[in-house]
Ligand binder design. Structure first.
Ligand code: ZN
Length: 141
């Protein structure tokens, strides 16, 4: 979250839209790159999820998009605490006062840190469970 690219994605919907250049899905429904970028997402494909997107404001990742999915509605459904969604939509960073901007960025930062901690916690729990399993097998086997 500290690279210049991430800052650009955070501040600019058109920068987020640029990431969708190789978007693999059909774009004749509601689920278009424009709507995805507007909903806070940038394109983050991975091997198992060719249409994976990530919200730059809350780090929520979503994939398996259907042509009729509404990106903003899906975002709301899966990320209740996203600070971007708490702002009036359609959102315009340029219309914020300095004070509103600072408050917004504070919320984005704390939400991002919280979500990354939760993710790490899950990873460590999985790791601990695999160690426990290996130990049991070692002792019992
Ligand atoms: Zn979000």
């Amino acid at each position: 979250m500290t690279s210049q690219k991430n800052i650009d994605l955070l501040l600019s919907e058109s920068e987020r839209l640029k990431t969708f250049e190789s978007w693999p899905n059909e774009v004749n429904g509601k689920c278009t790159p424009e709507k995805l970028a507007q909903a806070g997402f940038y394109f983050l494909p991975c091997e198992d999820s060719p249409d994976n997107v990530c919200c730059i404001f809350c780090t929520k990742e979503l994939d398996g998009w259907e042509p009729d999915d509404d990106p903003l509605e899906e975002h709301k459904k899966h990320s209740k605490t996203c600070p971007y969604l708490a702002m009036p939509q359609p959102f315009s960073m340029a219309k914020l006062t300095i004070k509103e901007f600072m408050e917004f960025m504070k919320n984005v930062t704390s939400q991002t840190v919280e979500n990354q901690l939760k993710k790490k916690e899950r990873e460590y729990q999985d790791y601990a469970a695999s160690i426990e399993k290996a130990l049991k097998e070692h002792v019992l086997g």
